[in-house]
Ligand binder design. Structure first.
Ligand SMILES: NC(=O)c1ccc[n+]([C@@H]2O[C@H](COP(=O)([O-])OP(=O)(O)OC[C@H]3O[C@@H](n4cnc5c(N)ncnc54)[C@H](O)[C@@H]3O)[C@@H](O)[C@H]2O)c1
Length: 257
């Protein structure tokens, strides 16, 4: 098992990519702290992990509030005694053109997608130092590297996550803390289904997007979880400050026009 004896805190683990990663980490021997704003979904993930005979605990909270991020980290220490892995999945999408954004949306998106990453790391790092090191995995997005139309706030928040991954990697490499980022493209989760469903011509947009993926399918949550496992475990011991694109080849180039 690749994560035997490790303790991982996963934000947004009540759904989608975070849940899939939580299940895989637990299967690989980690004790998992499932952190999510939706308490019922977090508890559901914990039940799934425990049904498989593995260890997990839920903590409900909002990553955009510093006190909640502190409590998430504290839960790892009080329940399992250490913290080795932080995976920052909690995030929200926002499909609104620049001319229609407002103050409230700006802070909601930035506070969830960026502030949450920063403050969870702020509180996790001292605990990781005490555990002899660790791995932080941030979830950016392919749109941080090649923008998609009409989602400037989301693009900005994920671009910042990519940038701060390098900054954090630099600052804590000497403490044996690695910090990497995964940039997925459209992956089959409730978030992506809700996104297309909210559009007037959602089915057409979906088909158009599908046509841009050389591998001809959306990502699956396990595609992301497997990469997160690699970044969490010792197989990636010399990898830090890296952004790993998981997109079925979408950013490799465009098809002939
Ligand atoms: N699904 C995709 O296609 C895709 C593509 C690129 C990047 N991403 C990123 O991957 C991450 C996970 O996405 P997903 O598709 O699994 O989404 P999802 O909506 O299925 O899951 C996100 C989880 O985060 C939780 N959450 C939201 N706001 C929170 C907050 N303030 N505090 C704590 N928890 C909160 C939600 O309750 C939910 O359980 C997000 O950061 C998203 O931006 C997703």
């Amino acid at each position: 098992m690749l994560l035997a004896g490790r303790v991982g805190l996963i934000s947004g683990a009540g759904s989608g990519l975070g849940r899939s990663t939580a299940l895989l980490f637990a299967q690989e021997g980690a004790a998992v702290v499932v952190a999510d704003i939706a308490e019922d979904r977090g508890l559901e993930t914990v039940s799934m992990i425990r049904e498989n005979g593995n260890r997990a605990v839920a903590v409900s909270g909002d990553v955009s509030r510093e006190r909640d991020t502190q409590q998430m980290v504290a839960m790892a220490i009080t329940t399992f005694g250490r913290l080795d892995i932080l995976a920052n999945y909690a995030g929200i999408s926002h499909d609104v053109p620049l001319t229609e954004i407002n103050d409230e949306a700006f802070y909601r998106v930035m506070d969830t997608n960026l502030k949450g990453v920063l403050f969870l790391a702020k509180h996790a790092i001292p605990k990781m130092v005490a555990s002899g090191g660790g791995s932080i995995i941030n979830i950016g997005s392919a749109v941080a590297l090649r923008a998609r139309q009409n989602m400037p706030l989301y693009v900005a928040s994920k671009g910042a996550v990519v940038a701060v991954t390098r900054s954090m990697a630099l600052d804590y490499a000497a403490d044996n803390i690695r910090v990497n980022c995964i940039c997925p493209t459209a992956t089959e989760t409730p978030m992506i289904r809700a996104r297309y469903a909210s559009m007037r011509d959602g089915e057409k947009v979906f088909q158009d997007n599908l046509a841009t993926i050389p591998m001809g399918r959306l990502g699956r949550p396990e595609d992301i979880a497997n990469v997160a496992l690699f970044l969490a475990c010792d197989l990636s011991a010399y990898v830090t400050g890296h952004t790993l694109i998981v997109d079925g080849g979408s950013l490799a180039g465009t098809k002939a026009l």
